[in-house]
Design a protein around this ligand. Structure first.
Ligand code: ADP
Length: 498
């Protein structure tokens, strides 16, 4: 019988376990899944917390369910973990109990700290060392906040009586019964404490962010043994042999392994990760420098950029202004028009990201005439996905990233063939959507299979053929549309200022 890999995908809104069967061709095929929703806590404006104990319980339950569904623990040979990144956990080393709720990546409570560090002129040095800008998004200021908020925690952390970690570290520690306090280099690259090139914690950054190095986990590669699960948890010990943050795991899941390969996940927002090859690329466009993956002393660096509102523009058209009954209906409505009629929608609902970086900008619709209909709004909402993607790709090019080969896509919005063709046209790139969409879990499983020595490399094998869109718009039309988009963005930015 073929062996299985257990992938744990601990996300922001749910915890999932997926069993992948490793078939003879070296491909991984999903055979069972279990999912539990995660409660969100909003204790104050801009604050978001998760209960780390709830995350652990849900992880255990989903894993047990999936092991049973897939035919029992005897079928499994390794575990891979992927997770929401940057979320900060603190726990008691002796009891294994969290000392505070986890601070979620979206949480902005430490904005005053990063503002002060910026004002003191630290950003350039931090970015040069870590690839990251100064922002409360990253874990370091969250760790420091926890150490200050929990009485006695800072002194206890110095003595390793209180431990720090992001979600994969917490799960590895719990799964191994406290035997392993470890992170992988992709997750570590999101803390603001790791040297991006050397992949070690930096004392100067630990001092700047006031995080005792003693309480931080060991930094390991993404594949290889990270620990053995306690035998009692699943009936027998299993090695944990893969770990990567969710966006990086998706990069591996997509098989975006060469410099110039990139993946973008179009969900509520959109996350671009572009493989830039074996050395980090410093961004001057305020993209984030990060690690794609690290295996066998080797690996790939990446540049990352986010679009704040992608599918959420479609949600707004549906729920906010009621122009469509369901998201799917947007495709036929957009296709029904011969062109966009000069209407552009800038979905700056929560500001504009790269390369504009206008946090105070807001949404705008321009170019309306008496002929404009709800279909024009919908089409403009879908077209905006492509325009925003193009802006990110232009930022990549400006940073000197390798020329983009193919853009691999996943996420809810990719069901929309009109939008995907428009992305191919506007971005002048081949767009590929895999048949199986769980790229994050697949990436974790592939890293684990590789880390367990069950496959020889990270290349995808045995996958169903992807859907492919190739550019077919002529250059003049593309330039005309991009000109309209850029004018619309400028209008949105001007409208946000006095
Ligand atoms: P997330 O993981 O961020 O919750 P998903 O990957 O599940 O997001 O994608 C959900 C988003 O995709 C929603 O914003 C929804 O509006 C959008 N969406 C779903 N189906 C379509 C479609 N056919 N066309 C356009 N947008 C869609």
């Amino acid at each position: 019988m073929t062996t299985c890999i257990l992938a744990i995908d601990q996300g922001t809104t749910s915890t999932r376990a997926i069993a992948f069967e490793l078939r003879d061709e070296g491909g991984l095929h999903p055979v069972a899944i279990s999912q539990i929703a995660l409660q969100q806590h909003f204790p104050a404006s801009g604050w978001v917390e998760h209960d780390a104990a709830e995350i652990w319980t849900a992880t255990l339950q989903t894993c047990r369910e999936v092991i049973a569904k897939a035919g029992g623990i005897g079928r499994f040979s390794a575990i891979g973990i992927t997770n929401q990144r940057e979320t900060a956990v603190i726990w008691d080393a002796a009891t294994g109990e969290p000392l505070h709720r986890a601070i979620v990546w979206q949480d902005r409570r430490t904005a005053d700290v990063t503002d002060r560090l910026k004002a003191e002129g630290n950003e350039a040095a931090v970015q040069a060392a870590t690839g990251l800008i100064l922002d409360p998004y990253f874990s370091a200021t969250k760790f420091a906040w926890l150490l200050d908020a929990v009485p006695g925690a800072r002194a206890r952390a110095e003595r390793r009586e209180a431990l720090l970690g992001t979600i994969e570290t917490w799960l590895i520690w719990k799964l191994t019964g406290g035997a392993a306090h470890a992170t992988d280099a992709t997750n570590a690259s999101r803390t603001s404490l790791m040297d991006l090139k050397d992949r070690v914690w930096r004392d100067d950054l630990c001092a700047l962010f006031r995080v005792p190095r003693a309480a931080l986990p060991d930094i390991r590669e993404c594949a290889g043994e990270l620990g053995q699960t306690e035998a009692g948890l699943f009936g027998r010990a299993l090695p944990i042999t893969g770990s990567a943050g969710d966006q990086q795991a998706a990069l591996v899941g997509h098989g975006a392994l060469k410099a110039g390969d990139a993946k973008i996940t179009y969900g509520t927002g959109a996350f671009l990760v572009a493989n830039v090859g074996p050395a980090p690329v410093a961004s001057t466009s305020r993209l984030l420098g990060t690690l794609g993956y690290a295996v066998d002393g080797d690996g790939a660096y990446a540049l990352e950029g986010s679009i704040f509102s992608a599918g959420s523009a479609i949600q707004w058209l549906r729920d906010g202004v009621g122009m469509i009954a369901d998201s799917r209906g947007s495709e036929a409505l957009a296709q029904g028009l011969k062109d966009n009629g000069g209407v552009y929608l800038v979905p700056g609902f929560t500001g504009l990201g790269a390369p504009w970086w206008e946090p105070d900008a807001r949404g705008a619709v321009i170019g309306l005439t008496r002929d404009s209909t709800p279909a024009h709004f919908v089409r403009a909402g879908l077209e905006a996905l492509a325009f925003q993607t193009r802006d990110l790709l232009d930022a990549l090019a400006a940073d000197g990233a390798p020329r983009l080969g193919v853009l691999k896509v996943d996420g809810g919005v990719t069901a929309n063939a009109f939008a995907m063709q428009f992305v191919a046209d506007i971005c002048e790139v081949t767009v590929e959507r895999p048949a199986f969409q769980e790229m994050t879990a697949l990436g974790a499983a592939r890293l684990a299979a590789f880390g367990a020595g069950l496959i020889d490399d990270l290349e995808p094998r045995g996958d169903e053929a992807p859907a492919v869109w190739t550019p077919r718009m002529d250059a003049a039309e593309r330039e005309r549309l991009l000109g309209g988009w850029r004018r619309a963005v400028r209008a949105a930015i001007v409208a946000a200022h006095d």
